[in-house]
Design a protein around this ligand. Structure first.
Ligand code: SF4
Length: 213
């Protein structure tokens, strides 16, 4: 085993033991709801989205219902998530496309998901891993930041980071790894002030990109 492989296996073991119950932070009851919640989470915190979605899904629980909502109605509900005009437009278009192309169901396939309006690779990966149990490595801001600091990638580009992680980690572990790394990023390896003194990965972390290492 090389030193890099040894370091990675220590990172995986730390995440497994520290965050065994890690899960998606967004609340949802169906693939459709996770898809919409993930779109709303762009440039917004997951906690804020969770405050909005009970009202949204209470009124329009599925694609068929949301596709009938007006722009003004949806804007009023998603307003506090920011960029609400664009987001209302996006989730209405998404619902309409699901009804038109998939009978209102969410497809469990990366290519089909990324053909839907407003659905990028990260959003599609969240739904594939979170609802369909498929190997998926969604790279959000937390996963990207912590991967870089830990030296698991030298890139800040989410697609490149995903490639680097996918090449190093067995596919069967992708989903748990990204979920747990995201939790570590939210709790310890935070954006502005990472708590390195309290971090169990400190002895093996190069702290790339941090001013004082
Ligand atoms: S040691 Fe610091 S930079 Fe490295 S993972 Fe822990 S909190 Fe993040």
């Amino acid at each position: 085993m090389t030193s890099n492989e040894n370091r990675l296996s220590r990172i995986l073991a730390f995440l497994d033991s520290t965050y065994p119950d890690a899960r998606i932070v967004l609340d949802f009851k169906s693939p459709f709801q996770l898809l919409v919640a993930t779109v709303l989470a762009a440039q917004c915190t997951d906690d804020r989205v969770n405050q909005v979605t009970p009202g949204l899904f209470g009124r329009w629980p599925d694609a068929a219902e949301l596709s009938k909502a007006t722009q003004d109605e949806v804007e009023a509900v998603v307003r506090s998530t920011g960029f609400y005009k664009n987001k209302a437009k996006a989730v209405r278009a998404l619902a309409a496309a699901l009804v038109a192309d998939h009978g209102g169901a969410v497809p469990g396939d990366l290519d089909l998901l990324t053909k839907l309006p407003g659905v990028g690779r990260k959003t599609a990966s969240v739904v594939l891993g979170g609802c369909f149990g498929k190997p998926a490595l969604p790279v959000d801001t937390h996963v990207g930041r912590v991967s870089y600091r830990l030296g698991l990638t030298v890139s800040n580009d989410p697609v490149r980071i995903e490639q680097d992680l996918a090449g190093a980690i067995p596919a069967a572990r992708w989903w748990d790894f990204t979920t747990r790394l995201g939790w570590h990023g939210r709790r310890i390896c935070t954006g502005r002030k990472p708590l390195c003194d309290s971090c169990g990965l400190e002895p093996i972390c190069p702290k790339n990109g941090l001013a004082s290492k």
